[in-house]
Design a protein around this ligand. Structure first.
Ligand SMILES: Cc1cc2nc3c(=O)[nH]c(=O)nc-3n(C[C@H](O)[C@H](O)[C@H](O)COP(=O)(O)OP(=O)(O)OC[C@H]3O[C@@H](n4cnc5c(N)ncnc54)[C@H](O)[C@@H]3O)c2cc1C
Length: 308
């Protein structure tokens, strides 16, 4: 494919995506592109649209499972400078979507701004976090958002203010856009209090989730609110159950398929023991979903995005 001159050398064909994901799983993208500027991104989008080439946006790859047979797509990673700008004005933090959450957290802490601490330990970018309304400990990033700058897949820019944004449990109304950056509203606090909160959240996380093997965090969303779940005794019901508890109750901790295994620490994590393939992960996901539905009458919905 002959790309426009300014992009030709930057668009790499046949790049294996395993190295770009925390699962360390996945075949090659037909093309991978890391634009330096918004203009380059817009040019690539227009070209891909005209050639009917599907486009996929990649953040840190910490919430995706890529097919082993590769992707006939242009995968775009927003790691260039236009997507990594960061500034603070008063209690507002303006950040590019390609920045890692950890970087935002440290910058905010150094400026005595609180609000992001619950994100400590989540290995994603701002763009990925907004797209899935990432959250933990009862908080989610959508609660902090004042505005989001986006591009549509024709390369047209838009600024979406708070009133036009919807964030729910691991979802937003941003799905048809590419997120370029966002403005978050934080609150003034003391650095040592922020540090304390961060270490408390990290400690809590390591108690339940410490895994040395590659993974993509929780593979399923928790059971939808309002969905009644009969407990083993049949005597109690509750409206929201963590998917990991349901999978654990089905006795699936430690269950393996090929190179993938359901974590024996946190049953909503699937680990790559070395040579796992996407089909191994999918087979464990199907098993968990089937058993949970059979036993609890709950349909588990994937939290990770499956790219195939
Ligand atoms: C150990 C571990 C712990 C985790 N803990 C949590 C947790 O506590 N809470 C939680 O919510 N998540 C958690 N996650 C999942 C994941 O880290 C988050 O969902 C994260 O926000 C994903 O960001 P990312 O940059 O890696 O996105 P990716 O995985 O690269 O992409 C995820 C989705 O977002 C889209 N996307 C990414 N960037 C953009 C953009 N700029 N514009 C448009 N679309 C975009 C992608 O196309 C894809 O559909 C965890 C993951 C791991 C590995």
């Amino acid at each position: 494919m002959l790309w426009p001159k300014n992009l030709n050398k930057k668009i790499k064909p046949g790049v294996k995506l395993a190295a770009y994901t925390t699962f360390k799983i996945g075949g090659a993208a037909r093309f991978l592109f890391e634009p330096d500027s918004l203009k380059e991104l817009q040019d690539a989008l227009v070209f891909a649209r005209d050639k009917r080439l599907p486009v996929l946006i990649l953040g840190s790859g910490s919430n995706i499972l890529v097919s082993g047979s590769g992707l006939n797509a242009l995968v775009i990673k927003l790691s260039g400078k236009d997507f990594k700008a960061l500034s603070i004005s008063g209690v507002y933090l303006q950040a590019g979507s390609g920045l890692k959450l950890n970087r935002l957290l440290t910058t905010a802490k150094n400026r005595g701004l609180s609000g992001l601490e619950f994100l400590a330990g989540i290995p994603g970018t701002l763009g990925g976090a907004l797209m899935g309304n990432a959250g933990a400990w009862g908080k989610s990033i959508g609660d902090l958002v004042e505005e989001v700058s986006v591009l549509d897949y024709n390369g047209k820019t838009k600024l979406l203010k708070k009133g036009r944004l919807e964030f729910g449990y691991r979802k937003t109304n941003l799905r048809k856009f590419i997120i370029v950056g966002a403005k978050l509203k934080l609150t003034l606090s003391k650095q040592h209090e922020i540090s304390l909160l961060i270490s408390q959240f990290l400690k809590q996380r390591s108690l339940s989730q410490k895994n040395n093997l590659p993974n993509a965090g929780c593979v399923f969303k928790n059971a939808a609110p309002g969905q009644p779940v009969a407990l083993a005794s049949g005597s109690q019901t509750t409206s929201l159950w963590p998917a990991g508890r349901l999978i654990e109750a089905c006795g699936l901790k430690g269950k393996a398929s090929g190179g993938a295994v359901i974590s024996s620490r946190h049953a909503n994590f699937i680990l790559n023991r070395g040579k796992a393939k996407s089909k191994d992960v999918l087979s464990l996901m199907r098993l968990a979903a089937r058993e949970v539905e059979r036993r609890f009458k709950v349909k588990l919905e994937p939290e990770i995005k499956i790219w195939k």
